[in-house]
Design a binder for this molecule. Structure first.
Ligand code: NAD
Length: 253
């Protein structure tokens, strides 16, 4: 059912939150646009500027790796100055009072951790862009080290431990999903009684399977997104409004 207005959507969502004992939020790029980070698919989003670099290209070609890091550093100011928005803060409030056990996110921007979620309770399906990992041995590298290498050599770095390429700790198209995060997200979706998909176009799989899974396992499903999604018809409530406006009333002290 699509909420008639923002006010009625917020009211219905409030009732559902009050009745639920375990709420699992599932977030996409739309929750972070208020924080100044563009999403992928809106007009002016990242895809209208750059097609993503698939994992096999990153592995195969130095010029693809150089381009990936050039783009990452071009976004540095945007990521570095971003602060959690009303959506992040509302979810953190529900987490603090024990209604939300963890958040499942497709985002890579670290804003849920910054809003107050403990790190293990942010289930990152697509990794994190605020640090890097070697694609061979998995060693963690900090961005300062990558930046220094990149500026000194003009190229993407290689791991100091095993000489394999170093990439942001994100999951690229064509790269396998992190098994532990997938397991945890599956358990969360199966065992909640309210699942709220927020700011995702729900077209990136397998992540987009979680709202459906939660619904199949008996949870109520709410979708908050300013444009239609393919899963609107299975949702118990669709709020087609701005996320900050919708979740702002749920920000606690
Ligand atoms: P998407 O770009 O496909 O969809 C975002 C959706 O949010 C769109 O439907 C858009 O209309 C909606 N939206 C944007 N701002 C909104 C607002 N203020 N209120 C309500 N709705 C709003 O994003 P996705 O589904 O997360 O998939 C894109 C992939 O890109 C993800 O896998 C993610 O890893 C990655 N990504 C992440 C970030 C980030 O970390 N902030 C940013 C861009 C892309």
């Amino acid at each position: 059912m699509i909420a008639r207005s923002l006010t009625s959507g917020v009211e219905q969502l409030g009732d559902m939150i009050a009745q639920a004992s375990s709420i699992v939020p599932f977030t996409g790029a739309g929750i972070s646009t208020e924080s100044g980070i563009p999403d992928f698919r809106s007009p002016g989003g990242l895809w209208s500027r750059n097609q993503p670099i698939p994992f096999d290209e990153f592995v195969a070609r130095q010029d693809a790796r150089d381009e990936a890091w050039r783009r990452r550093f071009a976004m540095e100011h945007t990521f570095a100055k971003a602060k959690p928005g009303r959506g992040h803060r509302a979810l953190a409030s529900l987490y603090r009072v024990g209604k939300v056990p963890a958040v499942i996110t497709q985002n890579i921007d670290n804003l849920h951790q910054m809003s107050g979620f403990a790190e293990p309770d942010v289930v990152e399906l697509h990794g994190n862009t605020t640090y890097a990992r070697c694609i061979g041995c998995g060693k963690r590298h900090e961005l300062d080290w990558v930046r220094e290498w990149f500026h000194r050599t003009g190229h993407a770095p290689h791991c100091t431990a095993c000489d394999e390429p170093v990439k942001t700790a994100t999951v690229s198209f064509g790269q396998s999903m992190p098994p532990q995060a997938m397991r945890r997200a599956t358990e969360l979706a199966q065992h909640c009684d309210l699942f709220i998909a927020i700011g995702s176009s729900l077209v990136v799989w397998p992540a987009a399977g979680f709202p459906m899974l939660a619904k199949e396992c008996g949870a109520k499903l709410v979708i908050i997104n300013n444009e239609p999604t393919e899963q609107d018809e299975i949702a118990d409530l669709v709020i087609r409004h701005d996320i900050g406006e919708t979740l702002g009333p749920f920000v606690g002290n």
